[in-house]
Design a protein around this ligand. Structure first.
Ligand code: NI
Length: 254
């Protein structure tokens, strides 16, 4: 049994064939998934999906790229949704310095507010980090995110950063990039992370694993991520699946 901890089945890319996508995932033994909402539209859709499918859970938060659009009402709405029994995390949230739609200072403020929210509702946090590692780690520390912990989503950083995050109770989650031929660093890091802190995800429809890179991603491909981790660590696919599923269930309280 596999647990995909980060999917965007709430994206427009699945409008045509969501049912088939979900069926393929179940056939590959992807028994649970967390649909991540990151703005008004995708949060609303994530909440519809958790009502439709008992094996789907939701995370609700605000993406750093769109931080400039978040209102106090949005934040209050996220806090209200957090009490829903199938909302298992707050996020994705974080910092993204690759895109400049939202100024850094606004991104930081929206990030801090969401960490504070997660601590109030006592749910783990899902972190999006792009080109902003030092600031992400600093804010997590300053805001004492350790209290709730969470996930470093689609981790591609160094082992040192992974260690700092694990010390703050953050799991390290690997996705498609770990399967890329040129992905030396994630392949090295994946071998060093204690199995107790490791998670798998697709981040579909993005970051499609090898050999489907370039095509639309989907949860059934999380098996390719697990396969790659098994190979790198000298474990069986079943062992990786069992351990990462147990980790996800523990973190999300399922
Ligand atoms: Ni995502």
């Amino acid at each position: 049994m596999l647990f995909d901890t980060h999917v965007h089945l709430n994206a427009d890319q699945y409008e045509e064939d969501l049912l088939e996508v979900i069926e393929r995932a179940r056939k590959e033994k992807v028994m649970n998934m967390v649909v991540v909402g990151f703005d008004r539209k995708t949060i609303k859709r994530a909440m519809e999906l958790v009502e439709q499918y008992e094996f789907i859970y939701a995370a609700v938060g605000w993406h750093p790229v769109d931080a400039i659009d978040m209102t106090e009402e949005d934040l209050a709405w996220i806090e209200e949704l957090a009490s829903h029994k199938k909302v298992v995390a707050i996020g994705e949230m974080g910092l993204d310095y690759h895109w400049d739609k939202s100024p850094k200072e606004i991104q930081k403020e929206v990030f801090r507010k969401q960490i504070q929210l997660a601590k109030r509702v006592r749910l783990p946090i899902i972190i999006h980090n792009r080109d902003a590692t030092a600031d992400v780690v600093e804010i997590l520390r300053e805001e004492e995110a350790k209290e709730v912990g969470g996930i470093m989503h689609c981790f591609t950083g160094s082992l040192e950063v992974a260690k700092e995050c694990m010390e703050m109770n953050f799991y390290i989650s690997f996705g498609g990039p770990v399967t890329f031929k040129n992905a030396k660093k994630p392949k090295e890091v994946v071998k060093e992370i204690p199995m107790e802190m490791l998670l798998i995800e697709t981040d579909c429809p993005y970051l499609t694993p090898h050999p489907y890179r370039g095509k639309r991603n989907e949860p059934s491909y999380v098996r390719l991520v697990a396969d790659q981790i098994a190979e790198l660590r000298g474990m069986t696919l079943e062992e990786v699946a069992e351990k990462t599923t147990a980790n996800a269930k523990k973190l999300f309280g399922i």
